[in-house]
Design a protein around this ligand. Structure first.
Ligand SMILES: *Cc1c(COP(=O)(O)O)cnc(C)c1O
Length: 231
């Protein structure tokens, strides 16, 4: 291939994105949803800025990272190049990292316990700053997984919204790896419906089509966009 062919060829990431967008459109069409109701969050954790840039050059603007420290090394530079990006924190947040997280992220998807909610409210009171927030629900009630349990979810959502006046926009879940995800997506939707919460962040590389059919507004896709992370 000549240099010209290389530069005009679609990147591997752009090809992946085209395929994923086709799948998103098809899943929406299958349940009569408008494809614009679903946002693809490109999960760029464990990938270097040069690889992530391919998705930015393809027009993608919504990204997810699961560690504050990793994101703080990668995203300030990319944000200078692409000021209109929307960055989501999709991994657990320690209260001692709140200041950095609020500075870096436009959405924190992982509010999962009263201590964190209180600390975010305190930070907001002191600085006037708080990104949009999602509450993570541990739909599988797994001991090792973050998220508030479904039994405690209603009271926690009410506390965050009414007592702390936090900008809770929706819910997020990560189903157990060894289970059929659909019941978890359905449960998340029911809790969101009860509270009139619009955003439902659910579905990853293996199950985003199913999540969309069950009402996802945001799908978090890493491997299918960027390839394997090769830990
Ligand atoms: C890594 C990660 C994803 C993306 O997973 P893939 O299977 O690579 O698409 C989605 N959500 C969360 C919370 C993650 O940590």
């Amino acid at each position: 291939m000549s240099n010209h062919d290389l530069s005009s060829a679609k990147s591997d990431v752009a090809q992946n994105l085209a395929e994923i967008q086709d799948n998103i459109n098809a899943a929406c069409a299958a349940v009569n949803r408008d494809k614009n109701e679903v946002t693809l969050v490109c999960v760029s954790k464990n990938h270097e800025a040069d690889h992530v840039r391919k998705a930015l050059l393809d027009g993608r603007r919504v990204f997810g990272e699961n560690r504050v420290q990793e994101a703080s090394g990668k995203w300030p530079g990319l944000r200078e190049e692409f000021p209109d990006i929307e960055l989501h924190l999709i991994g657990p947040l320690q209260t001692n990292k709140i200041k950095d997280a609020v500075h870096l992220f436009d959405v924190i998807e992982t509010v999962d316990r009263p201590k964190l909610a209180n600390a975010l409210a305190k930070h907001r009171d002191n600085t006037g700053q708080c990104p949009d927030l999602l509450i993570q629900i541990n739909t599988g009630e797994e001991d090792q997984k973050a998220g508030i349990s479904p039994k405690e979810a209603d009271a926690f959502i009410v506390m965050c919204r009414e007592e702390l006046k936090l900008p809770i926009k929706g819910l997020m879940c990560i189903p157990p790896v060894d289970e059929e995800p659909a019941p978890h997506f359905t449960l998340l939707g029911k809790i969101a419906d009860r509270h009139g919460l619009e955003i439902r962040s659910m579905g990853m590389s293996g199950d985003y089509a199913s999540a969309i059919r069950l009402g996802a507004t945001h799908v978090r896709v890493g491997t299918a966009v960027f390839g394997s992370r090769g830990y």
